[in-house]
Design a protein around this ligand. Structure first.
Ligand code: CTP
Length: 401
């Protein structure tokens, strides 16, 4: 969620400014790009050099760059448009009052007025200043403009007094913004369950029956769902892929039987379920305890059918929006529609092996999305990341629009 996001941090002149060094470190660690504007008095409380080093960007205070009298200047409009969101921390009584009244006598205020992105502000001041009717009025006015306050907390203040007015800790600031941004996303509060990858069916302790599925389609679906605000449970067979998003719970399995159990563990309260795994249809009837020796010319393996996970979910389905995949080589539409009905799905994603670039190898896919009303959407060949977005667009259109 923070990865690649442009965060504009405005620091004003209060003692809590020293905490922003930790805030910058946390933002950078989370993958955000950070640019910083200081008000003229803020540099008395925190060093621009420290902030520039931590943020890996020049820290700006004035419209003029250090080499004055050039046409090159710190453009507040550009900075405002660059930001995906702006955080003003600490927000002093002075800056809040100016923001509330449209004053514009420094670069931070001019940038705030130019910014079109969500703006968060974290007040910090002594308790009587925080309680003063003019501060309360500034905060109310700022909120009425759509700015989001990260409330000050109670504790020991720089004055030695105890009370409300401490700036929220950097971790709390991040958590607050995270929660707020998540709440605006279309799948916020939604639980998504996804299967991915191949399954390995053991023949003996060192051999298995498997397939070439990379798991990429399922992992891209998980990433998309998490970016749309969902809590994701990703049950995956063996793959080299990894997950770096806290909203994705990766549950690793090996065999189809194991996948069946883990999927059912998470099914009852799921809202959207997508089975993208290439589950082995059969497994060896028995697994040899010891490595099988190559004694005979021929070796016959007795196989038994695995449980169809998707079919079992269709039978158990209540509130879940259930989506399956179908990989077909002939009569694609008819076969996919038949599977949709037989497995009691809400939609099926058809891959045709007749389409070049489709299927479970590689990083592209070409899909047709079919729902229970026989609405058919056909898409171009795309990356699996783009396909995942198309699939969730179709689901959201039908379930949450
Ligand atoms: N699937 C599953 N469990 C299985 C087999 C398949 O959950 N044991 C799911 C896949 O994840 C996919 C869909 O079922 O979503 C595709 O099934 P597929 O194997 O193509 O279809 P089948 O119904 O098994 O029919 P056939 O193999 O005869 O085409």
């Amino acid at each position: 969620m923070w990865s690649g996001k442009n965060v504009l941090l405005g620091i004003t002149g209060g003692i809590a400014a020293y905490k922003t060094t930790f805030l910058v470190r946390l933002l950078i660690k989370a993958g955000a790009n950070v640019k910083i504007i200081l008000t003229p008095s803020a540099s008395s409380f925190v060093s621009p050099l420290t902030l520039a080093t931590l943020s890996k960007n020049p820290v700006v205070t004035d419209f003029e760059k250090t080499e004055a009298h050039t046409t090159d200047w710190n453009n507040h409009v550009e900075l405002g448009l660059w930001a995906d969101f702006m955080v003003i921390a600490p927000a002093t009584a002075n800056t809040m009052s100016k923001m509330a009244n449209g004053a514009c006598d420094n670069l931070l205020l001019a940038t705030y007025l130019s910014a079109k992105c969500p703006v968060f502000f974290a007040p910090a001041m002594d308790l009587d200043m925080y309680r003063h009717p003019s501060t309360v009025a500034s905060i109310e006015k700022l909120q009425s403009f759509g700015n989001v306050m990260i409330p000050a907390t109670s504790g020991e203040l720089a004055s030695g007094l105890h009370g409300e007015g401490r700036m929220a800790e950097p971790e709390e600031i991040i958590a607050h913004i995270h929660k707020h941004l998540l709440a605006g996303l279309p799948l916020s509060g939604i639980k998504v369950l996804i299967t991915a990858g191949p399954t390995y069916e053991a023949i003996d302790p060192v051999r298995f029956i498997g397939n070439h599925s990379s798991g990429l389609m399922g992992f891209e679906l998980a990433k998309t769902a998490a970016n749309l605000g969902a809590e994701v449970y990703l049950v995956s067979g063996p793959t080299h892929l990894t997950v770096d998003n806290n909203a994705i719970h990766l549950i690793k399995v090996v065999s189809a039987d194991e996948m069946y159990d883990r999927v059912h563990d998470h099914f009852s309260d799921a809202d959207i379920v997508i089975c993208a795994a290439a589950v082995a249809d059969y497994r060896p009837k028995t697994m040899a305890e010891q490595k099988i020796k190559k004694s005979d010319e021929n070796l016959e393996l007795a196989l038994v059918k695995n449980k169809d996970i998707l079919l079992s979910l269709g039978e158990a389905k209540k509130q879940q929006y259930l989506v399956g995949f179908a990989l077909e080589t002939e009569n694609e539409l008819e076969n996919a529609k038949e599977k949709l009905k037989r497995k009691n799905l809400d939609a099926i994603v058809l891959n045709s092996l007749m389409d070049k670039g489709a299927g479970f190898g590689g990083d592209s896919n070409k899909i047709t999305f079919i729902d229970t009303n026989s609405n058919i959407e056909t898409f171009e060949l795309k990356t699996k990341a783009a396909v995942a977005k198309d699939i969730f667009n179709e689901i959201i259109k039908r379930r949450y629009a």
